[in-house]
Design a protein around this ligand. Sequence first.
Ligand code: BEZ
Length: 308
Amino acid sequence: MDIRHLKYFVAVVEEQSFTKASERLFIAQPPLSRQIQNLEDELGLQLLQRGSRPVKTTDAGQFFYQHAKKVLSNIEQMVSMTKRVGKTDQTLKIGFVGSLLLGLLPQIIYEFRKLLPNVSIDLVEMGTLEQMEALKKGEIDVSFGRLKFSDPSIRRILLRNEPLVLAINKYHPLAQHNDGVHLADIVDEVILCYPNTGNQNFANYINNLFAEHGLTPSNIKYLSNIQLALGIVASGEGVCIVPYNSRSIHMANLQYLPILDIGAVSPIFLSFQEGNDNEYIHLLLRTIELIYQKIEIDTKITLTQTFN
Ligand code: BEZ
């Protein structure tokens, strides 16, 4: 049995058809069928249900498929990591979610560049889900995101929990509550959420936050990005929950209030491919720690923590 057998089998299971799998693999159908037959002969059992259309796996076939996927993913990672290690001119690619630019990210990267003048650092904006794929493919080395994703091949480190605040028009009656508001106070307001694409995103996180407090907002509007959402709040429609550092966005009539509920925070994670915690990542973590100390953010970063 070799890698080719695994690739062929995975393609047949995923396409549920020998014809489509052979197109995907750019081979003719008879050799594909022969290779699957060889695999079954070698294992001494059936992996695919005979005569099923679309093609279905047996229980053993499903088990084999899950493990074959893992083996192929490990090989892909090994190839990408080896390619990177072999590069002489080092480039470090860092994925990040856009909202982090409003906070400490520019400062962190500026200090980090100073420590590594010979390494070129590429910043690439991408959503957290995209980051996970890019890390696995070796397209980026490390990433900063706000959402928890479970993937055994990705190591995630919680840097800190950034408080959430409420962006509100200064003429809104609640804007006088300078000490802060509760989520229950705004549940019947128009809640502006962003982004308006995908479903595992910051908008979804805010929805879950209300749900965790037993609340269902009656009127949620989705917008593409934070600037648009804040602009609409400033214009007099709705309120918007944003990370604390977004207070750096100033607009006429826009005001920010603390949110008093427990758990009204947005975690910030650093992620990298499991096994790839090289000296740059350690250095990046130390840089972040130093900046946190300087501005008195109280958090404990540890490389041993995992959240898979
Ligand atoms: C922070 O605000 O804590 C942060 C932002 C970007 C990267 C790392 C940390």
